[in-house]
Design a protein around this ligand. Structure first.
Ligand code: 5RP
Length: 260
């Protein structure tokens, strides 16, 4: 036998590089660990929340979790949750939700969020606002110093009736803000397929107007929120201020949990 001192060192495989989707899955699985049997659970929308749905379905099938009732935040989530075997209900039957788990487009240092890139912001805000605990799951690319600063839109759900008028009032509200722009969301842009050039329609049959802030949103966010919501024709916006109980952030060096 070769003396140990002369033997070649064992080959150590480097850990496989984690893709952004791996990080989303890691954050989602960590959040699902917070669930207990019998809970009413708000089910988020998007590619990160989808991992939570898959995990909840798996734990229900294995009998690790029992009697979970899911409250879906979109039609897409409703279909996904049903397909993985999560029993579903709504806020009529369950006005108080034990815990909601959802992704976000941006998270600032105060745990304020921008949500709604998937267009589900209204149902998300209703269900997450009715939750005892709202757990946000993100990969670390979603952390920003200031909301609106990542170049992504802050979405506003508007009534289709005279949407151009509402868009104009939103434009006036931010007049003078350098780099500000406002656009009606198009279905083709949302799907990323260059298809039909029609307005994107939400689950509530409304439109989305996207607000772009080149340098992020500065000022009193609660005041800005109130001013947006006071415009007749606006239904809701995608800034989720002071709503998150915890944010679970998965990065390549591990998971960080921030609590409010
Ligand atoms: C949908 C949302 C999503 O939670 C948000 O867009 C994050 O999505 P993803 O997990 O796919 O990055 O608010 O309305």
């Amino acid at each position: 036998p070769i003396p140990a001192s002369l033997a070649p060192p064992p080959v150590v495989e480097p850990p496989a590089a984690r893709t952004p989707d791996d990080l989303k899955r890691i954050a989602a699985h960590r959040a699902v660990e917070l669930l207990e049997s019998g809970m009413v659970v708000g089910l988020g929308t998007g590619s990160t929340a989808a991992h939570a749905l898959d995990r909840i379905g798996e734990l229900l099938r294995r009998g690790v979790l029992r009697d979970i009732v899911g409250i879906p935040t979109s039609k897409k989530t409703e279909a996904h949750a049903a397909a993985v075997g999560i029993p579903l209900s709504d806020l009529h039957a369950h006005p108080i939700v034990d815990i909601s788990i959802d992704g976000a487009d941006e998270v600032d240092p105060s745990l304020n969020l921008v949500k709604g890139r998937g267009g589900s912001l209204l149902r998300e805000k209703m269900i997450e606002g009715a939750s005892r605990r709202f757990v946000v799951i993100v990969d670390d690319s979603k952390m920003v110093p200031c909301l609106g600063g990542s170049g992504l839109a802050v979405p506003v759900e508007v009534i289709p009736f005279c949407w151009g008028h509402t868009l104009g009032r939103l434009r006036s509200l931010f007049e003078g803000v350098p780099g500000f722009d406002v656009k009606l969301r198009r279905a083709a842009v949302a799907a990323g397929d260059g298809g039909k050039d029609e307005p994107f329609v939400t689950d509530n049959m409304n439109y989305i107007v996207d607000l772009f802030f080149e340098n992020g949103i500065h000022g009193d966010l609660d005041l800005i929120s109130d001013k947006i919501l006071r415009i007749t024709g606006v239904v809701e916006h995608g800034m989720f201020l002071g709503m998150a109980s915890s944010v679970i952030i998965a990065g390549k060096d591990g998971v960080t949990v921030l609590d409010e």
